[in-house]
Design a protein. Sequence first.
Length: 311
Amino acid sequence: MKNKIILPGGAGLVGQNLVARLKAKGYSNIVVLDKHQTNLKILEQVHPDITTEFADLSKPGSWQQHFSQADVVVMLQAQIGGNNHEDFTLNNLDSTRIILDTIKSSGNPYLVHISSSVVESAANDFYTKTKKDQEKMVLDSGIACPILRPTLMFGWFDRKHLGWLSRFMKKVPVFPIPGDGKYMRQPLYAGDFCNVIISCIERRTQNGIYNISGHEKIDYIDIIREIKRVTASKTPILKIPYGLFYSLIWTWALFDRNPPFTTQQLSALSTKDEFEVIDWPDIFGVPYTKFSDAIDETFNDPAYSKIILEF
């Protein structure tokens, strides 16, 4: 297909999955813009036939030229973890402002904005606050577009969530669980989410805010048990007091500027959030994949499950 599709922030979890699925649907004119050089190179190795450019989207640059004659923009760039507030401002807000201005000056290609379920969360961390501001910026821009709010995602190329947990499980003698581990999650399979994005592109869905939540409610400890099952791990799971777990994470952050798990994320994990589950399979014509099947595909797919992105 000749549609030119721009993916700002496309070297991350969703972008890597989306490129694979777009190509499977016949799309070939795909441009990925990202400032994570290592993950961009991984994408180039897996898909050498697409266009990529190393780009800091929080600053104007030559990358904006790619928007010329673009048909579709899927705005994926996001700062998810970390302890530096400035990183969230740059990557969630400044980049969005520049991309929206570039879209307006490039003939207004069709936009799909990837927001997050955290905009309706009770959490009060850097990610939540900047994603709320980012979504408002998109709404205030006047650009007609669907806004998709996914919950916690997992799938191929998952470096920050379930993928990191699976690798951590292989490295430690016991796997620690904060408290009783009964923190309800609604994990969303990235493959399903990418199919929702493709449905928006093909149907040209114009407006609306859609909560794309996982259809199954699963406690955190049961997610860990499923990871242990599909990876055939022998590592025992150990519950430890929440306060001790918090202290360990806090200490880790003293020695790691970009820790895999932060105290803010731990607080968000224990926040009692339950997100709306709409009938997105019917709205977008995309069947949802059962969690047990999706997690098996995540860790056992012969083509993509062994590819690990840099954290």
